[in-house]
Design a protein around this ligand. Structure first.
Ligand code: PBG
Length: 328
């Protein structure tokens, strides 16, 4: 027998062969498009650190949602930027607030053909930028915040959200939201738990996207990048509290966490490819340092391979278009 006996290269010999033996592929239905709507805008406003992403008007948001439907994208995750902020983030609860109106507008545009999700968090609505209300010492008050999340969740469900995404990392948030939804008769509204959400430098561009008022950091509530085991505790607690789906965030620097969670989770696992991950690839591609499309596809495939069944990515609609191209 001539050396080498095994030639794995055979299965890589042509595009058709590689396509046939591919172990993982991404489907548009698994993608979720995060989108921003800003109150008082007359036309979409570009976010400089996220080239290609805008703060939407109502009309442009509806168009983006309709385009996502056309391309077979699975869902949309809505974030609102209010005109007025206060200490308790009351614009986030107001049924006439920017986010609640956007949920209703998007639902009226897409009906049930796109899963409509919304962010349950106060940071876009507070004048201090924290994800919850502050106590007398200026610390984020977990339990006082939970009462507001419960109200916020009910208003978002009233507005028509299919899935609520509590992203504030308060202890017990899934339980209080589940209970409030049930009491308000929203038994079928789902909760996507941001189960393992890490305090990350890669949220930087998002802070520009939502015009964040934050001056400090979120290390007293978001997880420490040094911890792996703790992610499993967060997931277990959220499952006990009634989470329908769980998420790991960010994605690319936390693929081990994603694999750990995927190994134990009995519910679908999502990963959020966040603003800074988007920005890094866009910036390198804009400089001609990497091939933009290949880098995007490779990054999303890596997240899928690590165990994500659902992927939130700002490239969702563009990727869906490419994935439709069977000859790529
Ligand atoms: C909090 C929230 C953040 C993101 C999603 N929800 C910001 C934060 O935790 O500081 C970040 C998403 C991204 O960076 O793309 N409402």
């Amino acid at each position: 027998m001539s050396f080498p006996q095994h030639r794995p290269r055979r299965l890589r010999s042509t595009p058709a062969m590689r396509r046939m033996v591919a172990e993982y592929r991404v489907h548009p239905a698994e993608l979720i498009l995060p989108a921003f709507i800003r109150e008082g805008l007359t036309e979409p406003s570009p976010i400089s650190s996220m080239p290609g992403v805008v703060q939407h008007t109502t009309d442009s948001l509806k168009r983006a949602a309709a385009q996502a439907v056309e391309r077979g994208v699975g869902g949309i995750m809505l974030f609102g930027i209010p005109e007025h902020r206060d200490a308790t983030g009351s614009a986030g609860i107001d049924p006439d607030g920017v986010l609640n109106r956007a949920i209703a507008d998007v639902r009226s545009e897409v009906g049930d053909s796109l899963v409509v999700m919304s962010d349950v968090c106060l940071d876009e609505f507070t004048d201090h930028g924290h994800c919850g209300v502050l106590d007398a010492d200026g610390a984020v008050d977990n339990d006082a915040t939970l009462a507001l999340y419960a109200q916020m969740a009910v208003e978002q469900a009233n507005a028509g959200a299919h899935v609520l995404g509590p992203s504030g990392m308060m202890d017990g948030q899934v339980a209080v939201i589940r209970q409030a939804l049930d009491e308000a008769g929203h038994r079928d509204t789902m909760v996507l738990a941001y189960a393992a959400k890490y305090a990350s430098a890669f949220y930087g561009p998002f802070r520009e996207a939502v015009d964040s008022q934050l001056t400090g950091d979120r290390r007293t509530y978001q997880m420490d990048a040094a911890n792996r085991r703790e992610a499993l505790l967060e997931v277990e607690l959220d499952l006990e509290e009634g989470a329908d789906l769980v998420m790991v965030k960010p994605a690319m620097s936390y693929l081990d966490i994603l694999a750990d969670v995927a190994a134990i989770s009995p519910v679908p696992v999502a990963a959020y490819q966040i603003s800074g991950e988007y920005a890094m690839i866009e910036a390198a591609a804009a400089n001609g340092w990497i091939d933009r499309r290949r880098a995007i596809e490779e990054s999303v495939l890596g997240i899928k391979r690590a165990g994500a069944q659902l992927i939130l990515t700002y490239w969702a609609s563009e990727l869906a278009l490419w994935l439709d191209d069977h000859h790529s």
